[in-house]
Design a protein around this ligand. Structure first.
Ligand SMILES: CC(C)(COP(=O)(O)OP(=O)(O)OC[C@H]1O[C@@H](n2cnc3c(N)ncnc32)[C@H](O)[C@@H]1OP(=O)(O)O)[C@@H](O)C(=O)NCCC(=O)NCCS
Length: 156
């Protein structure tokens, strides 16, 4: 038997993507402080699901996830990353990103980008700790809706 809090990372390809999406939306508020439901479009689970990862506890609970894709010009775009509120600061975010990094590098990506609200101090601290540099994009998400673009080079 694995230890009770052991967490496994599972690619969406091994799961039923629509079922996972429905479960994550149902548990949305355990993962997010703001409403990100519209950002969970089915395309991230179905068409781009090959880059998606679910973190599951030994008891079968969803405790984290990552959605992303690699673009035609080999930019790895990390669309959403979230760790359930009771599992933060245990290294799980780092593990999810590492898996995405490996998948992205396998397809030729050398740079990864994520976008965060400037006030999301946890996300900014997280990406900065992983080596990302931040660039302020004014009005990126609409008038008065600035975002930070966090860019990091990928290395094995
Ligand atoms: C951002 C988030 C994914 C980080 O996940 P996590 O599993 O807690 O991160 P990790 O435990 O892997 O942390 C790795 C490092 O990032 C930094 N870090 C993470 N969260 C931090 C925080 N709240 N404050 C300061 N530094 C933080 C630390 O350097 C940490 O290393 P340490 O714990 O050894 O000091 C998580 O806080 C979360 O799900 N937030 C809500 C959803 C969200 O805003 N997602 C980001 C969208 S871009």
């Amino acid at each position: 038997m694995p230890p009770p809090d052991e967490v496994a990372l599972v690619g969406f390809a091994e799961l039923s993507a629509p079922v996972v999406r429905a479960r994550l939306l149902a548990a949305h508020d355990r993962f997010w402080d703001v409403d990100t439901r519209p950002l969970h479009h089915p395309v991230w689970f179905d068409q781009f699901g090959g880059f998606g990862t679910l973190a599951r506890s030994a008891g079968g609970e969803d405790v984290g996830y990552l959605l992303g894709v690699v673009t035609a010009d080999r930019l790895a775009y990390l669309h959403l990353l979230a760790v359930r509120d009771d599992r933060r600061r245990t290294g799980l975010g780092r593990r999810l990103v590492r898996r995405f990094d490996e998948l992205a590098m396998d397809t030729g990506a050398r740079v990864v980008q994520a976008v965060a609200r400037p006030g999301n101090t946890a996300a900014v601290a997280f990406h900065t700790a992983l080596g990302a540099s931040a660039h302020l994009a004014q009005d990126r998400a609409g008038p008065g809706e600035d975002r930070l673009v966090l860019t990091r080079f990928l290395t094995r």
